[in-house]
Design a protein around this ligand. Sequence first.
Ligand code: BGC
Length: 839
Amino acid sequence: MPPRLLVSLLIAGLALPALASEPQPDSPAVEQRVDSLLHKLTLEQKVALIGGSDGFDIRAMPSIGLPALGMSDGPYGVRVGAPSNAYAGGIALAASWDPVLARRVGVAMGRDARARGISFLLGPGVNIYRAPQNGRNMEYYGEDPYLAGRTAVGLIDGVQSQGVVATIKHFAANNSEYDRRQINSVIAPRPLHEIYLRAFEMAVKQGHVGAVMSSYNQLDGEYTAENKNLVSGILKHDWGFDGLFMSDWGAVDDGLKAFRAGLDLEMPAADKMQPALVLSGLRDGTLSRVELDDKVRRILRTAVRFGFLDRPQRDLAQPLFDAANDRVALDSARESLVLLKNARHLLPLDAGAIRTIAVIGPDAYPGYATAGGSSHIDTFRTESILGGIVDHLGQRVRVLYDRGLPSPDTVFKRDGFATAEGQPGLQRQTFDNSDFRGTPTATAVDAHVDQWKPELWTTPAAQRRSIRWSGRYVAPQAGRYLFLTAAASADSYTLYVDGKAVITQPKREGQAPLYAALDLKAEQVVSVRLDYLPDVDYSRMGLGVVPVDDLISPAALKMASMADAAVVAVGFDPTSESEAFDRTFALPWGQEALIEAVAKANSKTVVTVTSGGGYATANWLDQVPALLQNWYPGQEGGRAVAEVLFGARSPEGKLPISFERRWQDNPTHDYYDAPPHPPGTHPTVDYGEGLFVGYRWYTSHPDKPQPLFPFGYGLSYTTFAFSGLEVRPAKAHDGDSVQVSFEVRNTGTRAAAEVAQVYVSDPSATVERPERELKAFEKVNLAPGQSRRVTLTLDRRAFAYYDPEGNDWKVDPGRFVIRVGDASDHTPLAADLTMEKAP
Ligand code: BGC
């Protein structure tokens, strides 16, 4: 480029287009450069490097040309540098069963990161789905480690191809959010390796992921950032991981232990691996300088390999928001939607025959591209389900909209409380201590308790206060009443009605709105007392009462009855499903009643649900003909939902989870909540279901209640047939690759995609094994009448189990069965294979 042009480009503030940014593979040249950089650092500089800075950075070391390296969450897109782009991430991406799509999403996220100068993407997350309540299920890839691993490898490859480090998290055994910083997960070696570590292993060995993040919980009694067996043993030694292992934000408890266990970088700062502590340990020989050098090498190696010393990470030529990435967001949403029920072929709706459609429900507008917590993204734009339907139908069809249910804020603003003196509202007393002791420092009457602010991660107030609201509620007529409460973050409270605690929110990291339903007589007066302990020095509490009969908007029901079809969009949102707390199995308050009422008003009612996993359906599913699972679908979700509802596309997502009828049917049910534990000890969760998570349990126990919708299931607008299974060689030796080939035919009348799933059974195993396990899959796009022969390869791991004694993977000789089909419980093809010992 002529120098003058270069100068004028620079003056114009334009960066040159990025040079090739694929990470360099490990090589002697990389190691030499790392060594020479390392040797230029003083001991103090090395120690400074192993603690983060400015909340999200690896510290700059200008003396060796290392710039600050910025990090950003997370699994749905690049959060830092908002507004940004949100893709169908986590469980939605897994529901596409399409690693090629995952790679495209990864490339788009990599571009978004480069546009913002971000060097590390804090994702993907591959913790296994055990229970629908886990507040972070939406960030993860479902219940099967192989599906999670394949999806993660695709995403990582895409992100890293743009010169951005992917960070796989949360290593490991973080499978619930309640008490996440306290929980001690206890897992036997086989499930640990076969279920909970497998996707991480694939990310390291096949995805060559650049970074790994710890979890908050303990594993077998040790915090995972400090668990030497996990970090130095399994991750670094056994798997050969040579990238960097960072802590989750504030996850270190004992800095010296973390140092020795193999933690390379404490985030967001060296709070526990404090420089003074580490330096004194290095000087007196209780900490090893070789280990320090290894940590610094890993940081430098990552920086060298990804080119961070050789180019500005921010690439101004990358658009912050462009049609190409928006298209990826749309495609990811399209592939993720799972049609769960479609009685009498109600869907697709015939847009030509519909004049009026009613769109009802709290999740219809606004659109929830992402849920709550660190994966939440503020987007340039999010297409809501309402917006998607309106855009799709244009002016041909009238779209009537109503939220259907009041928002929590509306409930908090309802009248009905009175003080003892008969004034409207509740008496507030504020105490300057945390146990409502002594004389209140302030008293007042609040017309409403309506300060709810759904915040996470605020700084605790230095001066503890407690606030009590008291008064009474008079029921205007006989009926059922919902008492709704909501606070935020680590606030806690108890609501008493007539002296009885009806809602208690213990002090935990995060909060979801809660409710109690009480039957009251006409004119019944109940006393109300709300004892609230804010974690900050202001109130963010909401309290309100609403008669159940008033919950559902009469306008919504009228619209439903006037319309040719109704769409009810319900589910969770960032305030009710989030990192830092668990959610309910039941849909949020009022939603079941809304579904039932709309379904009564219009027999052509389609329910579409925003959630990170399963939920209770027993009370309403038989009343509605169609159910679409839309997860958190990213910024173009509404558009994709409309396309499926009106048949512009066939749904093609498949469940990456088993969707239970009742929570009790889930094999994890008895092992999810930590039993009571003595004060000062950690709540312990014993993963008693062992290997039998999700479909591994259901298919092994056909006599037990089966899931409502099995793993791998999802309806289409066309039909497919499988035939001609061949397994080669039919007699294999341990270590051989096995080819599985079969034909998939589109036997229906429209183009669509099917996901062919290959499950392996090991009936002659010498150890207990699940009846079947997913070991290969492929998404196949077929025109009507078209068929394709699919050939997939099973490697040794497809037949192996983890042998704790040898710390290795073992294949038992004997018979294996290979099954092929379109869901974990529907595998029309089966063939035997005999495995012999390696010659
Ligand atoms: C989350 C991580 C996230 C980090 C930084 C933590 O609270 O657990 O997943 O990457 O914050 O935002």
